[in-house]
Design a protein around this ligand. Structure first.
Ligand code: AMP
Length: 396
């Protein structure tokens, strides 16, 4: 079974069939106003395609953490309203998930119609992947379509469980994720350069391990670099460091050497006395920081080094900021790298909340081949793990 080669809605007949579509409508709300509708607009191509082809479309999603109880604070009503607006047809919202109202609405669907079930997390069985609940959900439809990449790493009833009872394929969002990320992992155009940053090595051990098997160059920036520096005996001052990961850092460096992977760490570091936005930035060589300062960003020489590697790449994967990008004075490394990735001709893949936000903030989305929609899910995908929400889909 391959994680990268799954049937999509293009590969199946849907006319007149009831199709249960798992979307990610977990949108940010301010009261009942959706403050960012991206997740809804991105889901439209799959939904419209199914409607145009005469499917009877039953949408479902989670929203927030209602802890397995009906709580109208987490109702999908604002989503139903926005969907109706965007699709130009009324999208009725069931008052329940698998109850009488949902069943009555589903029974009324004609070819090309669409409806939305209430928040699947109103049932505690959802996150437990309870088979009876999954079977009940599945009983609404003849086909299951998963298009919620952001929750594909969770084995929940509406993401994984239903695929035990229905023929299951992916929608266009998951198709794009697995085509582009899967392509990079299984058959990358070289040189293949991966850039990892963010706070902790421990969050990304699996990703580093898997990518060391595949890349030509692995670049480490951000807070996680200091663990690698301390592991080599360098002075890191008061920088964040995971002391219980020093051996692991040495092993990873050794693995890179053994595999012939070019392992790039910062050569200079922008430091500060305190972890604050207005602390004065001072640059030091990365192997000798001041004992009373902490590393906050990559320095100018490092920016040139990392950007040069990106310039020559044909495939780039980026996950995690190069510094404390929340503070403007320490966001330069992240911004410079984001721009270099956008300017490169390489197939570029960006994942993770902060990196994706940086791309968006600098208006670079159009220049990136693929900005992954799922933080945790894209990390697990890059780790080479089997995602439950994808594993159960039919192979091509
Ligand atoms: P992650 O969620 O693991 O991708 O990490 C993102 C976080 O890492 C951001 O909030 C950054 O502020 C933080 N970060 C990046 N570089 C550093 C650093 N040098 N020191 C402390 N935190 C950092």
């Amino acid at each position: 079974m391959s994680m990268y080669n799954k049937k999509s809605i293009d590969d199946i007949e849907v006319k007149g069939k009831k199709v249960l579509v798992r979307c990610d409508f977990n949108v940010p709300l301010d009261g009942e106003t959706i403050t960012d509708t991206k997740r809804i607009t991105e889901a439209l191509p799959t939904i419209k395609n199914l409607m145009e082809r005469g499917a009877r479309v039953i949408l479902c999603s989670h929203m927030g953490r209602p802890k397995g109880e009906f709580n109208m604070k987490y109702s999908l009503a604002p989503v139903a309203k926005k969907l109706s607006e965007l699709l130009g047809v009324e999208v009725p919202l069931a008052r329940d998930v698998i109850g009488d109202d949902a069943k009555a609405l589903a029974a009324k669907l004609s070819d090309g119609d669409v409806m939305l079930l209430e928040n699947v997390r109103f049932h505690k069985e959802e996150e437990k992947n309870d088979p009876a609940f999954a079977k009940e959900l599945a009983s609404f439809a003849e086909i299951f379509v998963n298009d919620a990449f952001g929750t594909a790493h969770r084995a929940h009833a509406s993401t994984a469980g239903v695929a035990d009872y229905l023929p299951a394929v992916c929608g266009y969002l998951i198709q794009k994720e697995i085509r582009i990320m899967g392509g990079a992992l299984s058959n990358p155009v070289r040189p293949f350069v991966a850039i990892l940053g963010g706070a902790k090595v421990s969050d990304k051990i699996g990703v580093i391990n898997n990518l060391l098997e595949k890349v030509d160059t692995l670049i480490i920036g951000g807070g996680m670099a200091y663990t690698f520096f301390k592991a080599q005996g360098y002075e890191i001052g008061t920088s964040i460091c995971e002391d219980d990961k020093l051996d692991l850092a040495r092993e990873l460096l050794e693995k890179a050497r053994a595999k012939g992977v070019n392992f790039l760490l910062p050569v200079d570091t922008v430091c500060a006395k305190e972890f604050s936005a207005d602390s004065t930035p001072v640059t030091f060589p990365s192997n000798a920081l001041s004992a009373d300062m902490m590393g906050m960003d990559i320095g100018e020489k490092t920016r040139v080094l990392f950007c040069d590697a990106v310039k020559n790449a044909k495939t780039v994967v980026w996950n995690g900021p190069m510094g404390v990008c929340e503070f403007a004075a320490f966001a330069v490394g992240t911004e410079t790298l984001a721009k270099a990735i956008a300017a490169s001709e390489a197939t570029s893949i960006v994942g993770g909340g902060d990196s994706a936000a940086a791309i968006e903030k600098f208006g670079l989305s159009g220049e990136i081949t693929h900005v992954s929609t799922g933080g945790g899910a894209s990390l697990e995908f890059l780790e080479g793990l089997e995602l439950p929400g994808i594993a159960g889909l039919q192979d091509q």
